[in-house]
Every structure is written in C-alpha cells, then in structure tokens.
Design a binder for this molecule. Structure first.
Ligand SMILES: [Zn+2]
Length: 293
C-alpha cells in the first residue's frame, strides 16, 4: 500500500501539522480542521469521526496516509468543503428519496424487553416522521414499507433501482452484547479494494461512493451536533442494502437499544423527533454541498 505525506497532499493551505499529547495529528486548511490518530484508522473531518481503511502512519516526524484513503475519503470530503461556498442552496431542485425503515413483520430487529422497545417499530416511526418533515420541505419521499410488514433486503434495493430515486437512506437502531456500547454511527459501502479496482469488478454501489460518503458525513455531523450522542463515526461495511444501489445511499444506526440510558431516552416523547430533525438538517446540508450538478 502506497502512502503519501498528509501535509504535502493538502499543500499550500496547511498551516499546522503536529501531534498533540494523545497522538492526534492536526492540520488546518481553508475551511477544514483535519485530525488523524497515528497508527489508527480514525480521522476527524471538522470534528466528526470518519473511519479510514488503513491506519495513518508516522515516520521521521511526518504523518502519512494511504493513497487508497486519500482517493476515497480525504479528497472527496475536502473538495466538497471548498465547493460549499459557491453553491446557492435555494436554487437546487429537491431530490427524490427512498427511506427504508429496517426490519418489520416477523423480523423485529434489536429488542429491549425492559423498555418494550423494538427496532422495527422505532425505525418505522422515525421513517414516517422523517417522510412527513421532508415532504413539508418539498422533497419527494418514498418508503420501502409504511407498516409492520416484512420486506426482504433485495426487495428494498429493487425499489431503489425501479423508482430511480436520487438518494437511499436505511434507518436502524442497534444493540450490542456489551451493555456499555452507545452512540450513533452511519454506514456507507466499503470502497473497492485494490484487487476489485485492478479487475474492474466494482460493485454497483461503488459508482456513487464519493456522494455516499458526503451524505454519510453530513448525516453524522447533524446527528452528533443535535443529540450530543457519542460519535461512532462514518463507518464502512458491505451491507446488502448498500452494495447494489445505483444512487448514493447510507444506513444510519440511531442508537443502541441495549444501552440503558439510550433506551430510556427513546421511550420519551420527542426523542425520535430530535433524531428526525437532525436527519433533516443533514439531508439538506448534503443537498447543498454536492460536488457536481
Ligand atoms: Zn437493524
């Protein structure tokens, strides 16, 4: 894996690149505060955690990033920020979005019996409120399910392909064996490996990787800022609902039902609405920052 110096890469705009006491390396460019952790896959873009595929490395007092991560993560995020000021939000047509409430019917998803919480019901409630909010803002909204029915994963993707929506957002809540696990995370499709690129065997979802990354970052930023939840970052996985999309798409995990304080919070009125407001802010911000139009 080839590596390049982060300071050289971000070039003339770099004003500072030095390690703090926690091994965090920082670099400031025009509108961006970049942070990396030496020996780790963690990067923070304007304070929001974004996972890289390879660790940042330090040699002779210089921070190096993998070429793969530069191409698939650093540059798409950095370029978007530069373009932000040039775009006028008000003139953009509102996109068509397919909202996918996870699970349903015989598949309850994560469950917390103590608080009578079921992921399938929370995801549906979130999706329906998000649909209503976005429609008021002029978005065209479709849903993969509008009641407690089972929808196979492939059918959800098929709906995205058939309706040719501009965006796909799958809504989930998670659970972990560790009761202390908490926070919010957004998944995007793992970028193609070097082997996949060499063999030209990209997944359909890879076509829109950069936009999915931007969508994921904007959603995660809004969710963390609005809720003050623990930032688990923009992560990568090869989920079935993301692999075959032919539009930008993400899967959001809005909190751990296995975490007591999170579960209690989710039983309170207004908790889901707070998440819906954050998702709305993130979607509108993404729409205003697209690299191309
Ligand atoms: Zn789920």
């Amino acid at each position: 894996m080839a590596y390049r110096s982060a300071a050289d890469l971000l070039g003339s705009q770099a004003r500072q690149l030095e390690p703090s006491e926690q091994g965090i390396w920082e670099l400031y460019t025009a509108n961006v505060h970049w942070q990396w952790q030496a020996g780790s896959r963690r990067m923070w873009f304007n304070g929001i955690l974004v996972w890289l595929d390879f660790p940042a490395l330090v040699a002779d007092g210089v921070l190096y990033l993998a070429e793969h991560d530069i191409a698939f993560t650093v540059l798409p995020l950095g370029n978007q920020q530069v373009n932000q000021a040039l775009n006028d939000a008000s003139e953009k047509p509102k996109p068509r979005i397919l909202i996918d409430p996870g699970h349903g019917g015989r598949d309850p998803g994560a469950v917390n019996e103590n608080f009578a919480l079921r992921e399938k019901a929370l995801a549906l409630k979130t999706a329906l409120q998000l649909a209503e909010t976005l429609r008021l803002l002029g978005w065209q909204v479709l849903l993969t399910r509008e009641d407690d029915t089972f929808v196979p994963l492939q059918k959800r993707v098929q709906m995205a392909l058939e309706t040719e929506v501009d965006l796909f957002v799958s809504i989930h809540y998670n659970a972990a064996v560790n009761p202390l696990a908490e926070g919010i995370e957004v998944f995007i499709l793992t970028p193609p490996t070097a082997e996949e690129q060499a063999a030209a065997k990209l997944l359909p979802g890879h076509q829109h990787f950069a936009d999915s990354l931007l969508l994921g970052w904007h959603l995660q930023q809004a969710l963390i800022r609005q809720t003050q939840a623990t930032d688990r970052g923009v992560r990568r996985d090869r989920f079935a609902v993301l692999r075959d999309l032919q539009q930008p798409g993400v899967l959001v995990e809005l909190g751990f039902l296995s975490h007591e304080a999170t579960a209690r919070r989710l039983t309170e009125p207004g908790a889901v609405l707070e998440l819906v407001e954050a998702l709305t802010i993130g979607l509108e911000a993404y729409q205003n920052c697209l690299n191309r139009d």
